[in-house]
Design a protein around this ligand. Sequence first.
Ligand code: OVV
Length: 394
Amino acid sequence: MTIPALPIDPFCQAFFDDPFPAHAAMRDAGPVVYLPVYDIHAVARYDEVRAMLLDWGSFASARGVGLSDFARETPWRLPSLLLEADPPVHDRTRKLMDRVLAPAAVRALRDGFIQAADRLVDALLERGSFDAIPDLAEAYPLTVFPDAVGMPVENRRFLLPYGNMVFNSFGPRNAWFQAAVADAAPVLDWVQAQSRREALSPTGFGAAIHAAADSGEISVAEAEVLVRSLLTAGVDTTVNGLGASLYCLARFPDAFARLRADPGLARGAFEEAVRLESPVQTFFRTTTRTVEIGGETLDEGRKVLMFLGAANRDPRRWEDPDDYDIGRRSAGHVGFGTGIHGCVGAVLARLEGEAVLGALARKVASIEIAGVPRRRYNNTLRGLASLPVVIRAG
Ligand code: OVV
């Protein structure tokens, strides 16, 4: 058998504007495809994406989860001790982060997160007309998440250009990456400073990470890199998860009516938006040996792109995959990844989703798109830059 080659560039504007025909073409071409534009392989079917996520021994993260192979190129930043590490290095830091972000620790934030969402939705109802991306999808995580980490109130918006840069860095060194680097340059020192113990309140997740340096579990330098992971991966992801939810609820009024009738569906509505829009669209792995994918053989040292967003709409796995069905059993989607690198902050993300969608369900009668939505282009993240809406009180 030969692996089909497809003339698809998954990091260009035409692809970002409408990735779905290319997703289908890759899924239909075979279990693994070759993309000559970047000399990479790719998987887009649910079964193969999931199998790759679970097989960390064959598909390494320590050589980078972007296009760049750390075995050939010097990493452009100090590698993450979670995302860009393999066992056993990975497991020591992951165990610590699992403890810091344990469900019990997140549960303690629940009332505060719900109150913050209620206050924000009340204020937006007063205005009636607003931009759902900056005024809600960005505003909400930018208050509750830095609070939970224990950051000071000033300059929190700096986290957005920083995250935008890192998520762009997993793709090629294209115009979006260059622009994002220029955009983030003024905030790099600030972000670095926020990961230090002195910058963090004694009660947040940041302090909990630094406490592990006291007991000798990790070094102080490692604690700072782990706090950096929170600051990098904790905001843009939930911004785009909430943005996806709002875009879905605005486009599918029947789904919003169903959510209003039963606010208990808020968690399911968020989960389904993460499946359908897949805010994190892709990650790479690197083969550690000759491997087999769906009967095809790949050499050692190959970069393989996993299309999480395509897997989450694979008709081989999902009924009516393009429908936003908030009652669907969406568990098993790979929007948060799965396996040892599965999203460590998913419990927190889901709490944010439940709080915001719950507030909308209880307080808002209608969400109408009131202007042309504008896409935000990023090599890894899918989402909008602008979504003008009008909402009315219920
Ligand atoms: C999942 C993710 C994205 C970006 C950065 C990191 C993790 C990190 O650990 O630094």
